[in-house]
Design a protein around this ligand. Sequence first.
Ligand SMILES: Cc1ncc(COP(=O)(O)O)c(C=O)c1O
Length: 413
Amino acid sequence: MLLKEETHILDIESIRADFPILSRRINNYPLVYFDNGATTQKPKQVVDAISHYYSNTNSNIHRGVHTLSREATEAFETARKTIASHFNIKNDQQIIFTAGTTDSLNILSNGLTQSVLRPGDEIILSSYEHHSNILTWQLWAERNSGKLKVIPLKDDHSLDYSALENLITPKTKLISVAHVSNTLGLITDLDKIKTLAKKHNLIVVIDGAQSAPHMKVDLEKLDVDFFVCSAHKIYGPTGTGILYMSDKWLKQLPTTKPGGGTIKTVTFEKTEYAEGALRFEPGTPNIEGVIGFATAINYLNRFGIEKIHQYETELVNYAQDKLAEIPEVIVYGKSKEKAAVISFNVKDTHPFDVGTLLDKYGIAVRTGHHCTQPLMNLLCVPGTVRISFGIYNTKSEIDFFIEKLKKVITMLK
Ligand SMILES: Cc1ncc(COP(=O)(O)O)c(C=O)c1O
């Protein structure tokens, strides 16, 4: 759905043609897909790369001498280089393939539990963390008499960084925060966090699940200990993601998920583990997923992530301005600096009702707690309606959504 007179810094019409699913009709309306925060749609280039892999190259990787195995290994390791280069990492071994953000955080917290975290230590999170970035640390805390501390929210729903330093004690070991809130779209001020972390010698973990799809992430410049994200939110396949770790941690973090591929030599008495990324990649990995992930990254880089960010910021501000004109709508975390996500509620209605009725017009939005129940408690709501944009969304779709939202509001009155 694109008006002819819409002009963009990107050729959205040809981008949309790359995503076969966008031509689907839902309930007799053209699909308006505003659920990109949950997962993005896949361009045909990604689908084709996976299909090509299975039709031509499928084989297990590493250790094989036959042609198919060597080709599959090369495709897998080239993907690692592509992804490392996208995040401006010179040593591609610092990119470890995992099953996604959640898996990366679990691998990481298990490794830190076995190495640097001690009983009674403290970990700092933010008020708007996804459950993935809460539960694994909470389990550690429960089992080790540890403590989780939380950066509070201000009245405008942004983080109160002025409260952060007071949370830090000699027992604080680590701070783990989302780069972008998956519910509010707010961008975390990582400079503030890193300055305090440096001063107090804290390990910094960045959950980039919602930043990597929408903005330039230069890991060399970011200079943090760990960064995690998922391919499926960046137009790649499900079941794949990365755990980036700094050079220091690549050497120090123990493997907690051993298996074939992670080793140099094994005897019944002792195992010597491999160096680099392989040490953290047990078993047969998601080969086609990794190849699809790199294809998605190459696809995005045809346009440039900075341009995508600029375009999506335009969409967010356009939608926020339109929502502000509807008196019944409450937007959470209103800011002009958002990464493609807006959460709102319609006064005196349940978000499920709004979402269900919007679906009747082919509009896919997410409703509920968005895996951020602690944030919902702070906002005093059971859930919100969340719209989240991707590279293929348009202002015409936002106009259509606003028109139908107004209709839904009158239906629910
Ligand atoms: C901020 C954030 N962290 C973690 C996750 C979990 O990602 P995955 O389900 O891909 O592991 C999500 C998913 O929505 C997210 O938005």
